[in-house]
Design a protein. Structure first.
Length: 393
């Protein structure tokens, strides 16, 4: 019997990465999204093409065997699909998890007793994204008397997902261009007893923490460092920014700092981490991806938050007693990513910096405790950025 996956978020990662893997593993994919345009196209077209771009050239894959539901208008249909799904995935952005949780919760709650638990895997760039989603699903969206037995109806696995899917050509329709490299690692421990879902290409592990931290604090720290320094120096694409010796050096230095943490905390061989860093810099420099600094820098408030790619590693390094000058430079550059067209968080960032003292803004944006050794250096950065970006009268 065909297996069914319900996937929330038919965007770049959803159509380009998750659906490709699920299709290849024999799943029928039911997309749920709120964008009329994407859903209409998915409903009208029986296939689309994913083009993988690698050093060896391009490879094309045809994706079929999907359906699509507009979750804005047809919530009940999505709930019904979730209730019989073998797998529920999402790639909507970490801030959207709370909005899709009620629908997933209702679907899980409707699940027939004879069915094995559905597997829920959030594919977002965030530590513990599936836990966050599970938290919203459980409380308040599962009836109190059904919470204890939730694991009989659903199992929740955290994941680390790595693949660059840049902004797409607006005339490309459903087709997606992505890099050929991929890494999708999922915690297999929640699936004990029933077995994890079979998804070709996924690496199942007993301890996800080293994978997600290594990924977020290398790929995403490096990428975002290039984006923010590149943006402040007037570059349009990441490849252009990394071609600039100044930006390139900032990225190398920031990744040397995070490598210290990864090696020390997760006991990873320093040479292995060095090779990983080199590979990442090569990947993000790929000019064929035409990835923009604005896409990679998007959502600066999320990226400057407590557990994320800058404050996360910098705070831990400072706790170990290390200095983090390059990460602080990257943090300063991120604070200057203000009022960028199409990016709501960059507007909110500017407003917070305007309406709050440096101390209050540091606390609100980074979530750092005032007693933390990183708080003061970040506050000084915020003070400086506030002065530099103060509107002249
Ligand atoms: N693009 C990339 O290279 C990578 C992205 N990621 C992560 O994947 C996630 C998605 O990123 P992208 O695909 O690039 O973003 P995207 O913006 O292309 O796709 C997000 C999709 O979610 C949909 N969405 C928003 N609210 C929704 C709701 N309430 N219900 C259903 N769908 C909703 C949007 O309409 C959009 O189609 C993010 O967490 C990102 O950090 C992870 C690795 C790589
Ligand atoms: O929304 P975010 O966190 O910027 O997600 C996209 C990021 O993930 C990556 O694909 C890395 O896997 C980078 O392209 C990009 O920096």
């Amino acid at each position: 019997m065909t297996k069914k996956a319900v996937h929330f978020g038919a965007g770049n990662i959803g159509r380009g990465f998750v659906a490709e893997f699920l299709h290849d593993s024999g799943y029928e994919v039911v997309f749920a999204d709120i964008l009329d345009n994407i859903i209409d196209q998915l409903q009208k077209s029986p296939s689309y093409t994913v083009t993988e771009i690698g050093a060896e050239g391009e490879k094309k894959f045809t994706i079929t065997n999907y359906r699509a539901i507009n979750s804005k208008y047809h919530e009940a249909d999505v709930i019904k699909e979730v209730s019989t799904a073998d797998l529920v995935t999402c790639a909507v952005g970490p801030n959207i998890l709370k909005f899709i949780a009620p629908v997933i919760a209702k679907g899980i709650n409707l699940r027939s007793e004879g069915l094995p638990p559905t597997a829920v895997i959030a594919c977002e760039n965030a530590i513990g994204a599936t836990d966050v989603l599970a938290g919203f699903i459980k409380d308040p969206h599962t009836p109190a008397d059904r919470r204890e037995s939730l694991h009989e109806r659903a199992r929740f696995g955290n994941s680390a997902i790595d693949r660059i899917v840049p902004g797409q050509d607006p005339n490309a329709g459903l087709d997606v261009k992505i890099e050929s490299f991929y890494e999708w690692v999922v915690d297999k421990t929640p699936f004990h007893g029933h077995g994890h879902p079979e998804i070709k290409g996924v690496k199942w592990v007993d301890d996800l923490q080293p994978y997600i931290e290594r990924k977020l604090f290398t790929v995403n720290t490096g990428h975002a460092t290039a984006a923010y320094h590149g943006y402040n120096r007037g570059f349009k694409t990441i490849a252009e920014a990394l071609n600039d010796p100044g930006v390139n050096k900032e990225v190398q230095k920031a990744l040397e700092e995070t490598a210290t943490l990864i090696v020390k905390k997760h006991k990873i061989d320093p040479n292995e981490q060095k090779a990983y860093v080199e590979k990442i810099i090569k990947r993000i420099s790929n000019p064929h991806l035409e990835d923009t600094v604005v896409r990679v820098g998007r959502a600066p408030l999320r990226k400057l938050s407590r557990k994320e790619r800058f404050i996360g590693p910098a705070s831990q390094l400072v706790e170990y007693g290390y200095a983090v000058p390059a990460l602080l430079d990257a943090i300063a550059a991120a604070f200057k990513f203000q009022n960028v067209e199409g990016d709501e968080e960059s507007v909110e960032l500017a407003e917070i910096l305007k309406s709050h003292s440096a101390e209050a803004a540091t606390e609100k944006i980074t979530g750092l405790e005032k007693s933390h050794a990183l708080f003061e250096p970040v506050k000084l950065i915020v003070e400086k950025v506030k002065k530099e970006t103060k509107p002249s009268i």
